[in-house]
Design a binder for this molecule. Structure first.
Ligand code: AMP
Length: 608
């Protein structure tokens, strides 16, 4: 049976896991041996696509063409507050797309955020395929923050499709973490999953029951609260200090911004282990006001960072408070707190969390890997009928309609178990009204957000209040919403899957899939070429090493001299093929060189 992978598509790092043949969930390391891959994509000057560590390493010198934190932009509208704020702080160019969506310019092409995320997903798929050679891996469970809205979920699913993956389920990150925590143990516990990652904060309260039942009781979060915000605070501190000292605003310099961002994040991470660090950025400005080079050199301690970020930590705690209230539970009723996400390594976060829940968090899970592991477990459970696992998740947002007078009429309450549906009957508000506009809204905090709209036309003409319209909202197991409206008397019906109005069309997705496939073919060819090149280089070096030894033995005979001349010729031709990256020649000369090496080894091993 084809395997299913679990992918944690993170803001900063991504991770892929699988349940192996023995039923043990495993994180799959990438080629470099790392268990997580930076969620970073870049296009080089030569037009080459880089993903992961290799993209991260060149981010400073290619800042304008390197995308990070794409997850903060996915499914968002161009004119939304989060996108406006990202436009100020990122080193790459964000443009408005044809649907009021977000596009990212890399070199001469504008990419949708879904395409950028698809590049990361494709890379994770490749990591898995390399671990299971000869197998096709095309099915995946992908995780999203619990607080992701409909548009963000749909966009993530589209990204999976573009990457050539069949996304069999979208699941919430804290729920996945809870699955990984409780899988295979017969627990009976109320668990809080506190998930602070690079870009988002989520808190979920789950009841884990015997027999593998995982029931989410309440969830909440903030999709714009994460490690990046902590980094920005440190960056601002550095920028303000620099301005005071030198009168120069580093915000105007993209390369300086990228270096500051890296330094801020590094300092933040180091301060989880030590109490003070030096930040050194030589030549941060190559030409200052009087044409001299300027260097940034500062010391920062843990207390300063804690002060700069105190309100961010406090915000997490406030969200926890609200969630416990929604769950109608007191902190003492929580049996276990599971910490997820790289940011939970920060001592101030751990301390605040322990103080709020009045207990030390569980140490049993790996914060960077647990989400992908949970996704893999869910993938296995969905495809293996012998797996006893029941997952009951909830919708993070209330859903309803906007009715006359701008009133939000709720159909599905926040924290309702999904899948779910709800129906409500409305009547027309005007005489002879033959059309009604349905505005599908979602309540995020105190704000109402338009998810989508559609028009039910062709209603029978009647005095106001006499035509009844039945509106049904449904949320599927991926958390994706669909809505239908029906004239109860005529049975006339209209429905939509509420893809946020910033979503891509099926045609666009199709085109993006094609170019992603083309890339994969090129990538595989280029990987094969790289492999052949490395093999040829190895053979050349081995033959060259043995050359003097073989020459000493055989050069006295005509036959031997002829063989040596032939070997020299093969070496020259192989080096030429390596230089020209000529796949056919590499293959031909590589084979000839293997034969030469075999012959050389034979001669070299002869007793003299
Ligand atoms: P995640 O999205 O779970 O990969 O979390 C990534 C976030 O965790 C980034 O903002 C990192 O800077 C942050 N992070 C990773 N390690 C540490 C650490 N030791 N201390 C503080 N933050 C960290």
């Amino acid at each position: 049976m084809e395997r299913v992978i679990g992918i944690d598509l993170g803001t900063t790092n991504s991770c892929v896991a699988i349940v192996d043949d023995d039923g043990v969930p495993q994180v799959i390391p990438n080629r470099g041996g790392y268990k997580t891959t930076p969620s970073i994509v870049a296009i080089t000057e030569a037009g080459r696509r880089l993903v992961g560590h290799i993209a991260k390493r060149q981010a400073i010198t290619n800042a304008e063409n390197t995308v990070y934190t794409a997850k903060r932009l996915i499914g968002r509208k161009w004119d939304s507050a989060p996108v406006r704020s990202a436009r100020q702080s990122v080193s790459y160019t964000i443009e408005e797309g044809p649907h009021g969506d977000v596009r990212i310019r890399l070199r001469d092409q504008a990419y949708s955020v879904q395409e950028i995320s698809a590049m990361i997903l494709q890379e994770m798929k490749l990591v898995a395929e390399e671990a299971y050679p000869g197998e096709t891996i095309s099915r995946a469970v992908i995780t999203v923050p619990a607080y992701f809205n409909d548009g963000q979920r749909q966009a993530t699913k589209d990204a999976g499709q573009i990457a050539g993956l069949e996304v069999i389920r979208i699941i919430n990150e804290p729920t996945a973490a809870a699955l990984a925590y409780g899988y295979g143990k017969s627990l009976n516990k109320m668990v809080a999953v506190f998930d602070l990652g690079g870009g988002t904060f989520d808190i979920s309260i789950l009841e884990i029951g015997e027999g593998g039942v995982f029931k989410v009781v309440a969830t909440a979060g903030d999709t714009f609260l994460g490690g990046e915000d902590f980094d920005l605070r440190i960056m601002d501190w550095l920028i303000d200090g620099f301005k005071k000292e030198h009168g120069v605003d580093l915000r105007q310099d993209r390369m300086a911004l990228q270096r500051l961002k890296d330094a801020a994040e590094k300092a933040k991470c180091e301060l989880s282990a030590v109490s003070e660090v030096d930040i050194n950025l030589p030549f941060i400005i190559s030409h200052g006001p009087t044409n001299e080079a300027l260097h940034l050199q500062r010391q920062i301690d843990r207390a300063t960072v804690e002060n700069l970020c105190a309100d961010l930590v406090q915000r997490c705690i406030e969200i926890c408070q609200g969630t416990l209230k929604d769950a109608q539970l007191g902190a003492a009723e929580i049996d276990e707190v599971v910490l997820v996400g790289g940011m939970t390594r920060m001592p101030a976060v751990q301390k605040a969390c322990a103080a709020f829940f009045k207990r030390e968090p569980s140490k049993g899970v790996h914060p960077d890997e647990v989400v992908a592991v949970g996704a893999a477990i869910q993938g296995k459970a969905l495809t293996d009928e012998h797996e006893d696992l029941i997952l009951l998740d909830v919708t993070p947002h209330a859903l309803g309609l906007l009715t006359a007078g701008n009133n939000f009429d709720e159909l599905i309450a926040q924290n309702t178990t999904v899948p779910t549906s709800a129906t409500k009957t409305f009547t027309t508000s005007r005489d002879q009204q033959t059309a009604v506009k349905i505005l599908v809204m979602q309540r995020e905090g105190t704000e109402n957000q338009l998810l989508g709209e559609f028009l039910l036309t062709g209603l029978r003409s009647a005095p106001k209040g006499q035509v009844e319209i039945e509106v049904t909202f449904a949320i599927d197991s991926d958390g994706i919403v669909s809505v239908s409206a029906k004239d109860t008397e005529t049975g006339l019906e209209q429905s939509i899957q509420v893809t946020a109005s910033s979503g891509l069309t099926q045609e666009e997705i199709g085109q993006m899939m094609e170019s992603a496939e083309e890339y994969m073919i090129e990538r595989k060819e280029s990987d094969e070429l790289e492999g052949a090149k490395q093999q040829a280089e190895k053979l050349v070096s081995e033959v060259e090493k043995l050359f003097p030894q073989v020459e000493a033995v055989v050069s006295s005979s005509d036959f031997g001299r002829e063989a040596l001349a032939k070997a020299r010729d093969v070496i020259v031709k192989t080096k030429d093929a390596i230089e020209r990256r000529d796949a056919a020649q590499l293959k031909e000369q590589g084979e000839a060189l293997s034969r030469t090496l075999k012959m050389f080894k034979g001669v070299a091993s002869r007793p003299s």
